[in-house]
Design a protein around this ligand. Sequence first.
Ligand code: FAD
Length: 836
Amino acid sequence: MSDMKRIVIVGGVAGGASTAARARRLSEEAQIILIERGQYVSFANCGLPYYLGGRIADRSRLLVATAAGLRKRFRIDVRTQTEVLRIDRAAKKVTVRTSDGAEADVEYDTLVLSPGAAPVRPPVPGFDHPRVFTLRNMADIDCIKQYVDEHKPKRAAVIGAGYIGLEMTEAFRDLKVDVTLIELMEQVFGPIDPEMAAPLAEHLALHGVDLRLGTAVQRVDDDGGKPVLTLSTGEKAAFDLAILAIGVRPETTLATEAGLKIGPTGGIAVDEHMRTSDPDIYAVGDAVEVTHLVAHAAALIPLAGPANRQGRIAADCIFGRDSRYRNTQGTSICKVFDLAVGMTGMSEKALKKAGTRYEKIYVHPSSHAGYYPGAQTLSLKLLFDPADGRILGAQAVGASGVDKRIDVLATALRAGMTVFDLQDLELCYAPPFGSAKDPVNYAGFVAANAIKGDVALCHYADVSTPRTDQILLDVRTPEEVRSGTIARAVNIPLDDLRDRLSELPRDKEILAFCKVGLRGYLACRILKQHGLACRNLSGGYTTYKAFAHAMDKGDTSPRCRTVASDTGAEPEPSAGAGKDCCGGAHCDNAPKAASVVRIIDASGLQCPGPIMKLRAAIDELAEGQSVSIRASDAAFAGDVPAWCASTGNRLVAMVRDTGHFVATVEKRLAAHSAAPAGHLGKGKTIVVFSDDFDKAIASFIIANGAASMGSDVTMFFTFWGLNVLRKEAPVKVRKTLVERMFGWMMPRGAGKLKLSKMHMAGMGKAMISGIMKKKNVLSLPELIAAARAAGVKLVACTMSMDLMGIKAEELIEGVTAGGVAMYLQTAEQGGVNLFI
Ligand code: FAD
């Protein structure tokens, strides 16, 4: 075959550019013409949402390769802003139209189609509204970004909770735009199973996203330029803009009009060499129909990896190599704020639909050794053939380590491995990265145990509606049970089980469960060896709750209620019952999406910074509205419950998240009014006698903390303490000589104070100031400003002022003068009085 080929490629991004570059690497002689309708070739469509949200700050970074670069390095004839209008297969030419409207013919020996897929825009009235955007390319993101930059939108609707919708949601939240995410399905991220998607929905709520599942947009009207969405729930809401991201459909117009074969799914039909029904025409990327690796059925799986590999294979085949595309398994991953969700192979719902036999297990191990900081729970679902253990699919959700596990499982699936093979995989391990038994090994053990019959498994459907000949056994501790269990479960903690076997009926099958499945497994092993029939709930109560959430049934036994006994009678509530909970991501009282109206990132701030921010945010909310605040300060976890208890606001949830704490707090007005200003015990007085820098800092930290907790704080500055309040610049005032001398000798203002110890000619103070800055502790002037803003009363002792010759004009703004009587009266009303 001669290399003097003329290869014409339609579409210059993932599949097209890959084909072109590979073709040049294989042939220096070929003439390669890359035709692209848009202005850019080879741009990073996958990075577009991150550019909008600001994580990718430099637009040019999205342009992975430029037309000029491709021309220079690969001698590719790149023709941008040129559209291929039709294919004349008989004459082996395409007709193109350039940006000036001129049409011309381009002949080919081989034609490669990589036109991609276009966003779906169903015929819903108003979807053509100018502020309903779709996102596919640079031009689209430029339009959206320009709108956002110019109009500073406050409310966005994102229609569709697939990966583009989720990424755009996060981008808008990064821009502090309120987002309503509307999804027709009852779950986000459609390719995975609903119970695996449930944590994502909770996480979106935590980030202030108003998530509407099972909701369709019925029409879009216009109100003064704004799109007004009518939802299937009957609601009508105006937004500043909307993003339509409900899926893509392959661009097949050229292929269809040229009479090329289109597959049953609507994509261009190709063989394993990426050749269409015309041997001189290849097609790659989102426009083609693929065969699913596991399902062995035709599928549309629009992903960048397959598009790139297919481009390479097409080029190989054009130059006579026997490269074959070995099907698509749908390995994908999506970032949803602090979580990642990934999958490979078939989902359970797809397996059910295809009528394929399968078994499944769930595990919830740590992303790395639990004792090493930062370990996060990783929820992993493995689907396999119960007969031979062949891996059929896997899904994972977690804050860390999802990509690694899904990639390992994708490789195992591609290699045709079984769950038994997973047990033997030797994966890299050190405490910061994994566990000696990696989650993948662990999933293999659990699945292999099930196949070997070491333990029989049961699932949500079994335990949510147990038969009369079955009994539910919760083997967790009573403390765990108090935080929620499955209705009608009997509680016998695992460690008591051997001694209490007689309490279990021998004529019933026992459905055992624990938190994640391990203790349930151990219980089943004990029971089985004592002759009792038992099955273990895979994934335990954690998976059960995810299912309950996904089925929108909530928890049958909400947190803070005690376990129902086997007779169905409810025991008396025990200590802790009925309290507001702080139970983490699966907290039963997790905020409804709509109630979280503000998200605050207080990461990096030291105490009392996060509490001060929380206080300020709560002050601006209406009763019933919630704020979600994220902090890295370790004290925050203890401070927030105390703050809520003190102010009467409600702590809805407190979760750990990638080394941070995220608290959701609901404003309770009654609580505020129950603690009126000046109420006995709520006041705090601090006498600041010292002008030592460190003591002044300590006074203001306490004052700010107390103010944040709703206290009326009065700081009474006397003697040397007055120097803290002095203006730094000299003020012209009448003074006696002695007063003037006194003024010269004393430090003038917060900036001139010295450390009480280790001053070391200012070095000590510089060091401590540096450390404070590094640790994000507010500087003294900032603390003073914050105290003033929080309403802390700064009182200068008039008697001391007189003695030391300090005039009112010399003091910073917002200081009032007061005497001992005023101080004593305030102190008498307060609960705390400090002398510093
Ligand atoms: P494209 O890359 O879309 O390229 C097709 C090109 O053909 C277009 O530029 C189009 O202008 C041009 N064209 C079409 N018709 C003609 C014509 N008649 N004449 C001339 N030119 C024409 N995939 C992932 O795997 N991971 C991700 O994280 C991910 N994120 C994404 C985020 C966004 C916002 C988007 C839009 C896509 C994302 N994808 C992701 C999907 C991935 O980008 C696609 O699967 C991949 O780009 C498909 O490559 P392609 O060559 O088939 O089509």
